[in-house]
Design a protein around this ligand. Sequence first.
Ligand SMILES: [Zn+2]
Length: 443
Amino acid sequence: MSAETLISGGTVVTLGENPKVIEDGAVRVRDNLIVQVGRRGDVSADGCKRIDAGGGVIMPGMINAHNHFYSTFACGIALKEDPPTNFVEILQRLWWRLDKVLTLEDVYVSSLTPLCRGLRSGTTTVIDHHASPGAVRGSLDAIARAAGEVGVRTCLCYELSDRDGPEIMQEGLDENEAFLKAHRASGDPMLSAAFGLHASMTLSQETLERAAEVGRALQAGFHVHVAESKFDQKDSLGKYGKRVVHRLADVEMLGSRTICAHCIHLKESEYEALLDSGTNVVHNPQSNMNNAVGAAAVLQMLSMGIQVGLGTDAMTANMLDEMRVAHLLQKHVTADPRAGFVEACQMLFENNRRIASKFFSKPLGALAPDHLADIIVVDYDPVTPLHANNLWGHMMFGLPTASVSLAMVNGAVRMENGRVLGVDEAEVAGKSRELAAKAWERF
Ligand SMILES: [Zn+2]
């Protein structure tokens, strides 16, 4: 017999294709799917376990479209050299030295904290991009184990790269291939996979072609950093005589299930190639500002019709926080008070759900029948009227001030009143400090 749950006693914000605000609404869930959404009186509660939203906002769980769980151990790390002066030095002095010393246990434990933080702030799906050159094989399983324990839906991949030599490159290729095959066979609705690649600047032509061949044979989408810094373009033009997006297009890596993260330093013809192929772009404003690599032309890309979503690149686990920065960055760079507001909401609430839905067997990111039951309750009591026409104003300026009181993922409650069920976060933090200290010694 199917398990059914009714969430009611709050204002339902459906989001999705035709966002509705339903006062005194209800959502009925059967197993891992939403079956009915409407006014409380119109949704049958027969045989349902009841969840009372306490007058809060009932809305879809949020999606982070680009992240790196392993970044957890970077908080407070000390560099032995002078501070990096550009993006390539940031990679060489911090990230490529840190990811190299991670063990499989580090990968597992460092994933738990951002998964819990995300869930507590309403993120129920994360598309991650992983690197641990010293522990490649089994690393995606280690993250999947953490995600399964916390109860967050994930799409995982390994950052293939030539930067650590041919053996580790081969391991990266094998890890992507094995994980893609296993995930396809498992049919697990909580776990999906892409074929991951670091960036054009660390991929030889031979490696890129092999990855394209393996990924295409498995009908995989690709997930790659694109033109995050000017150096990625300079490297591609110098070595291959073409710009980064054209280099990816020439090996047939672009497409509707491919994610190009960042896309900051692109020319017109590259935007057109992304648009024509239906490739997804993911904007990560906090990371871009932190690395001082420039601001992606997201307004231009969105107005052209390119599907631009929003990620955090591990700068935060809180998507509302990232959305606010996306909005403020556009106002700042354009000096136009009209810019960025609608677009930031569109990236998080519309495009992320379209991007993520491509990786799972059922759609997600909206409260609608036959959608995956990823639902959050926000303890938000609006002090101004809330309706479908001013929804984005509340999302940008109201909801970020409220806490998420409940998170359901795949039909099961995984977080309640700030507590991730079945996970002792204090114990995880203790273990994380211990392992991070050891990783820093090896760093
Ligand atoms: Zn990234």
